[in-house]
Design a protein around this ligand. Structure first.
Ligand SMILES: [Zn+2]
Length: 148
């Protein structure tokens, strides 16, 4: 029998197809989106038609995990059914050479959040499911404004 501490839990993404299936927690999360071959606009999640020019000539891409925080808000009270513990931040991150995406910064990293700050998207633990798997999603971690 394996102890709880050493047992490898299976990582299950909250939604399939959002990012490359991760091997381990806290690894960079390359989001899966696409780019229009006609006009170059990037999208996440994936689309069949370009929202900018209506072309159907879309190329599947994996975006870089680095980006810049465009805006944020701090959540200080836990919404009903939320698994995030306040205070956490809802942030909009412009992925390098990619689209702008909304995600969260967990409480442990929230003090480093600032507009214009750099952030990395990481595979983070959300909760355990009934089968004992670890449900993961992508979350942002500020990388150059953290207080030490
Ligand atoms: Zn287009």
């Amino acid at each position: 029998m394996t102890s709880e501490a050493t047992r490898e839990r299976t990582l299950v993404p909250l939604r399939e197809g959002m990012f490359r299936t991760p091997g381990r927690l806290d690894s960079p999360a390359g989001l899966l989106g696409d780019r229009c071959r006609n006009c170059g606009e990037a999208f996440f999640p994936r689309r069949v038609f370009c929202a900018a020019c209506s072309s159907g000539d879309m190329e599947d891409v994996e975006f870089p995990s680095m980006g810049t925080i465009e805006t944020f808000t701090i959540v200080r009270q836990q919404p009903p059914n939320s698994v995030m513990e306040p205070p956490y931040a809802i942030v909009r991150v412009r992925i390098d050479n990619g689209p702008s995406v909304q995600t969260v910064v967990p409480a442990e990293d929230v003090r480093g959040v600032g507009i214009g700050g750099r952030a990395e998207l990481l595979v983070r633990r959300l909760k355990e499911d009934e089968a004992g798997n670890t449900v993961v999603s992508f979350m942002a971690r500020p990388i150059d404004q953290q207080e030490r």
